[in-house]
Design a protein around this ligand. Structure first.
Ligand SMILES: [Mn+2]
Length: 326
């Protein structure tokens, strides 16, 4: 039996499930968690949902989000753990160690860099979102979708495709979205809540972040710096940084966008966005991961030398990409 069939068998036959998603929760991790959780709960299973940290405000309207716990994952001998949207166990943050002890760990993900850490792995890099994998899984299992499950999956797919604008958007993605819209969900309301509406503090942060903009590598690399002090000054939290990096890639002529978040004097987090270059290669050089056009890593070190190192590797990547394309 292949992993997918075996996963379906376990979802049908086992009784106790703990579902967990990655740190810095996004729409795909929360949406996948809620949709699969509701499906299993409706099938009479005992379900616990976990996501490190607080569920970002913009996803709290999704039904069931109040049941997601930030801590307290305890395994019983028969607990099946399902890790969602996480390329490696460390992405599960505080749950990583516990999850590795699970007798049965199911890894469902779409990241190219997934290290297949599960007892059973359902990894489909061609899927635009983990939500897309969950949709097909539930469809194959003959589990009918409720309106709230359809909403959760739509949010999962819409966020990971940047409202169906990113390159990962395939005919299958649109077919899935179309099938979800059959459940009377309102795409305008969902988009407004998830993408458009932001607190004023976000725009105050955006103003500061954009004023840090630097161009490098013959104006092909854009870099934005955000620090923890900046967040405090603007009254925002780290979750608000999320969309800011996309401004780097939107500038005409920019091939590669970088956002450096200075968490402390010794620790920075770096996000990469690109038009053509495979930035997952860049992130991997610094023990990070992600997708070809969006990736990230965490680096121990002070801002200035880390920035230097990143820019050097970023310029190399652009040269190699140009070389390959001839
Ligand atoms: Mn995802």
């Amino acid at each position: 039996m292949n992993d997918r069939d075996e996963i379906i068998k376990i979802l049908r036959e086992q009784q106790r499930f703990s579902l967990a998603a990655h740190v810095l929760p996004d729409g795909d991790s929360i949406g996948s968690l809620l949709a699969l959780g509701e499906a299993l709960a409706r099938a009479g299973k005992e379900i616990k949902l976990f996501s490190p940290g607080k569920v970002p405000q913009k996803y709290t309207f999704l039904r069931g989000s109040e049941k997601i716990a930030a801590a307290g994952l305890v395994l019983q001998p028969d607990t099946v753990v399902i890790a969602l949207d996480s390329s490696d166990p460390e992405r599960l943050g505080p749950f990583a160690e516990t999850i590795k002890q699970a007798r049965c760990l199911i890894n469902i993900d779409h990241h190219v860099t997934n290290v297949r850490y599960g007892t059973l792995n359902l990894v489909e890099p061609e899927a635009a979102a983990t939500g897309e994998i969950i949709y097909r899984l539930l469809a194959d299992m003959g589990i009918p979708l409720t309106e709230s499950m359809a909403e959760a999956l739509y949010v999962a797919i819409a966020t990971d495709t940047g409202s169906f604008k990113f390159e990962n958007t395939t005919p299958a993605t649109h077919r899935t979205a179309a099938a979800l819209l059959e459940h009377q969900i309102n795409p305008a309301v969902l988009s407004q809540r998830v993408f458009d509406e932001r607190p004023l503090s976000y725009y105050i942060l955006l103003k500061e972040a954009l004023s840090s903009l630097e161009l490098h590598g013959d104006n092909r690399i854009a870099l934005i710096t955000v620090s923890k002090e900046m967040l405090e000054r603007c009254g925002t939290t780290v979750e608000e940084i999320d969309g800011i990096i996309n401004y780097t890639r939107d500038i005409e002529g920019i091939e590669l966008g970088i956002l450096i978040y200075v968490e402390s004097p010794e620790e920075v987090k770096v996000g990469f966005r690109s038009r053509r270059a495979d930035v997952s290669l860049l992130a991997q050089q610094f023990n990070g991961g992600g997708h070809a056009r969006a990736a990230g890593c965490r680096i121990h070190g002070a801002y200035a030398p880390v920035k230097e190192k990143i820019l050097l590797q970023a310029q190399k990547l652009l040269q190699e990409t140009a070389g390959k394309e001839g």
